[in-house]
Design a protein around this ligand. Structure first.
Ligand code: UDP
Ligand code: UDP
Length: 313
């Protein structure tokens, strides 16, 4: 089996490469390093079943030989990153999605799209189920990401309906763990690295906004199952950990697991910051037999161990 993974040098993409190689797949990884990091795939260079192509998926794609599966995971994914690259973000999840779908059609490959809980915007329904349409401002600063994900979902469904490409859409909620970039501005790497350095923990707004955080190994397992399970054409599935926590409580938990006495610093709220996010994962349980196994506390401890060794490098 041969899989193409776009965004292979990213946080989630690189873990997917590891998992598919471990499962015996031949993996072609593609990345242009706009937000990905070559260090994330350095250990794979020279692996007999791994091939890396340095490329921007916004351009016409050429891939030699057969493909059984395409995972489109290329896209700046943290709010700080996509606000720094607004137009590229929109291109990679419009032109990039079009090209990878065109390639899937040509090769008769199955297609998995990395969508996001961001398609739900600032949800008015809680927890979020796949049949909730979302509450999204099409002209907010965050819309470069949310609307591109929504457009990509629509395009996937059009390829399924018109060309019978076997598409599956993963709506991925906040994920954390080894290989996150410390400077990507996301809440967990920021809080952990600040706590380990004894620096203030920056909480935006009043800290009552919530998120639900999934450990990377659990998420990758969900994506793997979504990729290999038959008869899921046209399905949209939430993948995330339904353990919901406020950002202020997350700051306190980080201080506890890092044994840090950093002060908590309250800052101005982010523009259009969603108030609550929590996946309803009944569909994933039913169709994939999947649910996360790692609690937030356990996952944070593992991430801290990795981060300590990373910071020593
Ligand atoms: N495409 C690509 N590589 C391929 C096949 C297609 O990059 O091997 C791109 C191409 O840019 C095309 C898009 O995917 O515009 C959609 O492909 P499809 O064949 O569905 O498009 P059509 O030519 O029918 O518009
Ligand atoms: N956040 C924070 N301090 C930070 C980074 C983020 O308080 O240094 C908050 C942010 O306002 C949001 C939540 O943490 O409410 C999650 O932000 P993140 O950028 O990790 O991802 P999002 O879920 O917004 O895409």
């Amino acid at each position: 089996m041969r899989v193409l993974i776009t965004g292979c040098a990213g946080f989630i993409g690189s873990h997917l490469c590891d998992r598919f190689l471990k499962e015996g797949f031949e993996v072609i990884g593609m990345d242009n390093f706009i937000t990905g990091n070559p260090d994330n795939i350095a250990h794979l260079i020279g692996h007999p079943k791994f091939k890396f192509i340095h490329y921007n998926v916004v351009n016409y794609l050429y891939v030699d030989g057969p493909l059984d599966l395409i995972l489109h995971f290329a896209c700046p994914a943290s709010p700080v990153d996509y606000l720094n690259h607004p137009i590229h973000t929109m291109k990679v999840d419009s032109l990039g999605t079009l090209n990878t779908l065109g390639l899937a059609k040509l090769k008769s490959a199955r297609y998995v799209f990395a969508s996001s809980s961001e398609v739900y915007g600032d949800p008015q329904v809680h927890p979020q189920r796949e049949d909730y349409w979302g509450y999204v401002n099409p002209v907010s600063v965050r819309s470069v990401y949310s609307e591109a994900k929504r457009f990509s979902e629509a395009l996937c469904m059009a390829y399924w309906r018109e060309h019978k490409v076997d598409v599956r859409i993963a709506r991925i909620f906040n994920t954390y763990g080894e290989r996150m970039r410390m400077d990507d501005g996301r809440v967990i790497p920021t809080f952990l690295s600040r706590a380990l350095k004894g620096e203030p923990i920056p909480v935006h707004g009043d800290g009552s906004q919530t998120r639900s955080f999934c450990y990377i190994e659990d998420l990758v397992d969900g994506i793997f199952k979504l990729s290999i399970t038959d008869h899921l054409e046209g399905q949209v599935i939430n993948l995330g950990n339904p353990e919901e926590i406020s950002i202020l409580d997350l700051a306190k938990l980080v201080l506890e697991v890092t044994n840090s006495d950093s002060p908590i610093q309250m800052l101005k709220g982010r523009e259009e910051d969603p108030r609550r996010r929590c996946p309803d994962i009944r569909k994933a349980k039913e169709l994939l037999g999947w649910e996360p196994k790692t609690s937030l506390k356990e996952g944070l401890k593992k991430t801290v161990e990795w981060l300590k060794s990373y910071l020593r490098r």
